[in-house]
Design a protein around this ligand. Sequence first.
Ligand code: ZN
Length: 158
Amino acid sequence: MEVTRAICVLKGPGSVSGTIRLKSGEGGHSTSLTGEIFGLTPGKHGFHVHTFGDISQGCGSTGPHYNPCNETHGAPQDKKRHVGDLGNIEADENGTAHVDMVDRLIRLAGKYAIIGRSLVVNEKEDDLGKAGTKESIESGTHGAGVAWGIIGIDEDPK
Ligand code: ZN
């Protein structure tokens, strides 16, 4: 049975928490991510799929942005990006980010499947590889992780 739904429960060492639900689009050619993340500072925060589901050392053991194509860091709409580059989420004045995005690269099954990997929310805005520094091109500058979780298989109600 092909996985068409997934869930990621995000938690951090501080006040940030949330839940993201992932769903395969028509024909499996895209994946939607919806949910809420609470306790953020208002403004933009980097949001990425990391390579491993190992949260034994917090987000420090989740590895780099998921990058099966050996590309440079970028924005979700860029041709050159890590598969795990989901750009930024934006928290309102109450510190809540309402996530509702569709990504064309990440998948719940097959090539580029992200089940068993992790989602990480960053302290700061992701520069999307545009800051002109080596760090920016390799991984973006976005500060430390403030919440993370393992992407797991969820029930398909159909
Ligand atoms: Zn990246």
